[in-house]
Design a protein around this ligand. Structure first.
Ligand code: F6P
Length: 539
């Protein structure tokens, strides 16, 4: 693949962007009564209205050409086929195999992995049923009332997000908690009101070597044994989810109580592997499988739909459009559903750990911008916090709005009010309010500039019928493939994460220095900070 910016279509897009930057959404809508229909797609129960973007039909056709020129089709085929597209770790990238139906075939090193995937799912289902029904007993013979997932990054964010998103489907007499931070506060607050004899810990770690997770896991073990008083209790109160059986067994968990997955599942793409055990315990195996079916449906849509009707591809191309041709630095994800409150946090790892890279697949420095910053909060809360900047700030922030036609908790007028706000925000961002409109409202002249809304601020609107496990699967797969498509265009390895390593190594070096008097050989700032901590930690 040649340099992205030397592709003829890239240069065409640059010229085209300078023309489109001069257009206002007000005029684009006024000129075409059919615009909303023209720039809307529906697939797999997700409706995407992308008409409030600063695009014309030429923009879409140029962006689709960019996807083609970037080799997206071949890259998709390579991913689904199991090629080692994670080149720096020499691994296939097969999260799509985790949700493929039983009869499917996906080969890694000549072995069809689908039977193994379903064997683990079956074991998880059996285990989940036993815990949920009360058949699985704690060491003292009590049933399990609390499940605590210990993990971080991909071993936490997906499970937390899915649990929060699907709470309405959860078995309510089972308390789910999540411990991720190495800050002891996380552990203390998650366990302070729990009894060990009713608590099951899931130690979730792909590597089973992550400092935070192992520190929390050992604390949990000590906490449980302090109450239960017998090493044998570990077997009833700890299970593991990992790719590393040797380390699981070293920790003291019987590998019979381990649920495995594979090195071809990236941490941030693992919520539908055994890493989703806490999700399955909460919502039950049938709902979990419905979620997987949703993932798979979106995989199929991504794999087969033409690019101009392909939801993940369109969303990715729009991100590239603003990121690379409008100088946008971020994307706000704004779900108008309280159950999706952790969705933006989940997406932060998915998007930024995947595409936050300045080195391309060929090892050169990218001469173009890569991942924007993803952030967000649920509506309507965000409206009373940072929306001011989105409406009147100096930065262009493309927004992904997400909403559902039906609420899972319809209380009087709440849902209509929520949805009215959702639609209103997208409308206000796009069309704004002119100085003449402000004057016509009787405002004094000096106040007019403050009350004008420029508008022309782009957004996508994603709508679905209601938040079900299946729709959640589709939504997550939509963003997974959106991120993949972005990564193909930016020519980065979306599946490694070397940028997290250095800080981890330095922390391991610094930790003993905090409690010893050893000479320090860092920079003067780090040395001074360590010395200050040494001086004050016992005061
Ligand atoms: O530090 C980053 C990371 O490697 C993530 O990619 C991963 O999701 C997380 O740590 C947790 O890793 P593990 O599941 O191996 O504990």
């Amino acid at each position: 693949m040649g340099s992205l910016i030397e592709l003829p279509v890239w240069q065409d897009l640059q010229k085209h962007a300078s023309q489109v930057q001069a257009l206002h959404l007000r005029d684009l809508f006024a000129a075409d009564a059919n615009r909303a229909q023209q720039f809307s797609v529906e697939a797999e129960g997700l409706f995407l209205d992308y008409s409030k973007n600063r695009i014309t039909s030429e923009t879409v056709s140029l962006l689709v050409k960019l996807a083609e020129a970037s080799g997206l089709r071949a890259a998709m085929d390579a991913m689904f086929r199991g090629d080692r597209i994670n080149i720096t770790e020499k691994r296939p990238v097969l999260h799509t195999a985790l949700r493929a139906p039983r009869g499917a075939e996906v080969f890694v090193d000549g072995v069809n992995v689908i039977p193994e995937v379903h064997a683990v799912l079956d074991r998880m289902s059996d285990f989940a049923n036993r815990v949920r029904s009360g058949e699985w007993l704690g060491f003292t013979g009590k049933r399990i009332r609390n499940v605590v997932n210990i993990g971080i990054g991909g071993s936490d964010l997906g499970p937390v997000m899915a649990y929060e998103a699907l709470r309405s489907y959860a078995q309510r007499d089972l308390t789910l908690r999540f411990i991720s931070n190495v800050d002891g506060t996380d552990f203390a607050e998650a366990t302070h009101d729990l009894n060990a004899d009713e608590t099951l810990f899931i130690v979730a770690s792909k590597t089973f070597g992550t400092l935070e997770t192992m520190t929390n896991a050992y604390s949990a073990r000590a906490w449980a044994l302090a109450q239960l008083g017998d090493e044998k209790a570990v077997a009833c109160h700890f299970v593991a989810v990992s790719t590393n059986a040797a380390r699981v067994s070293d920790f003291g968990i019987d590998t019979a109580n381990m649920f495995g997955f594979w090195d071809w599942v990236g941490g941030r793409y693992s919520m539908d592997s055994a890493i989703g055990l806490s999700t399955m315990l909460a919502i039950g195996p049938d709902n979990f499988r419905a979620m997987l079916a949703g993932f798979h449906a979106m995989d199929e849509h991504f794999r087969t739909a033409p690019f101009h009707e392909n939801l993940p591809v369109l969303m990715a191309l729009l991100t590239v459009w603003y990121n690379n041709f409008f100088g946008a630095q971020s994307v706000a994800v704004l779900p108008y559903d309280q159950y999706l409150k952790r969705f933006p946090a989940y997406l932060q790892q998915l998007t930024m750990e995947s595409n936050g890279k300045y080195v391309t697949l060929s090892g050169e420095r990218a001469q173009w911008e890569t991942s924007p910053i993803y952030w967000g909060e649920p509506g309507t809360n965000g409206q009373h916090s940072f929306y001011q900047l989105i409406h009147q700030g100096t930065k262009l922030i493309p927004c992904d709005f997400i909403g559902f036609v039906h609420s899972l908790n319809s209380h009087g007028p709440h849902h209509d009010i929520l949805i009215a706000n959702l639609f209103a925000q997208a409308e206000a961002l796009a069309f704004g309010k002119t100085a003449d409109q402000v004057r016509a409202e009787g405002n004094e002249e000096w106040l007019v500039p403050h009350r004008v809304f420029e508008g022309n601020r782009p957004s996508n609107m994603l709508l679905a019928d209601r938040l079900t496990p299946e729709i959640l699967g589709k939504l997550v797969a939509l963003y997974e493939h959106n991120v993949f498509t972005q990564g193909v265009i930016w020519q980065v390895d979306s599946f490694d994460q070397w940028g997290v390593e250095l800080g981890k190594v330095l922390a391991v070096q610094i930790q003993p220095e905090l409690t010893s008097g050893a000479d320090l050989h860092h920079d003067s700032s780090t040395n001074a900070l360590i010395n200050r901590y040494r001086r004050l930690r016992h005061v």
